[in-house]
Design a protein around this ligand. Sequence first.
Ligand SMILES: [Zn+2]
Ligand SMILES: [Zn+2]
Length: 303
Amino acid sequence: MGQLMRIKCQHCKKRDAVYRRLASGEVLCVQCLANAVVKQIRKAMSVYPIVKRDENVLYVIRSDKPLESITALKLFLKAVSGLNVSIDVLCIDVNSNGLCNTVEEILKRQSLEVRKIISITVKHKNIVNSWLKLVKLHSVLPLQIARKEHITAIVQPYFRDELTFLNIIGLIMLKYEVFSEGMPVKKSYYEDIRISRPFYYVVSHDIAVLTYHNKILQEYMIKNDIGFIPIDERESYALELSKRIFFESPELMYASTKSVELLQSYIVKNSTQCSYCLSLASESVCSICKSLIDVLESSKTSV
Ligand SMILES: [Zn+2]
Ligand SMILES: [Zn+2]
């Protein structure tokens, strides 16, 4: 009687499928989904200067999505294997809730091969009151470390839909420094350093599914104070908008990103660069970094 019908993975045709991908509609098992994401990372690496051979890289664990950041790190390590890239991991704790100890513990349990783990605790509770500010903080602090440690590439696990979201906020606010956050690479005008987004073609849903299916990471999901997502009013409006675009038509998401990119290159022609976050800006310190730096300097940040 009633044998449970399991759908097989469309790709390997062997293992049970766990997920239908939003953009392509493919029905895949965990392993084939992971392989597909690694392929997307390699695609971004072949189109944009994400990482170079023999480079020292600083990988940022996002304060808002630490577990997804670890899933993404695992896939990134696979994508760069053979390039002799040395990877330091940076954890930023904006809530002083021991996030970095947890991250360190998980990285050990997952036996991910990184050179070292650097932790920063920002001892100022209300420094980040919007997601955009958190995104900037994920550039400002890593850049300070990269300059000290001779690191030339900072890798941030932001995903396609999030970068589209940043583009939409950029359009709404009409600000260079927000626009540039949606780009695959932010390259310094003055020094050999850049901020890279190897997950430019990867949607966050795929990473969420892979995180959910990882037994070790699953244990930590129950601890509910891991991760932290601040969102302000303007952002929730843009978020609604971008979610609608994404769910109604992933095609439209890809197409709109392309046109924003074109628009961007036209608009940003005469801009300068913010030295704190490497975004294009109308001044040498962008408006968002300005508000961050003041608080960061008055508060104690421990490394
Ligand atoms: Zn499969
Ligand atoms: Zn800035």
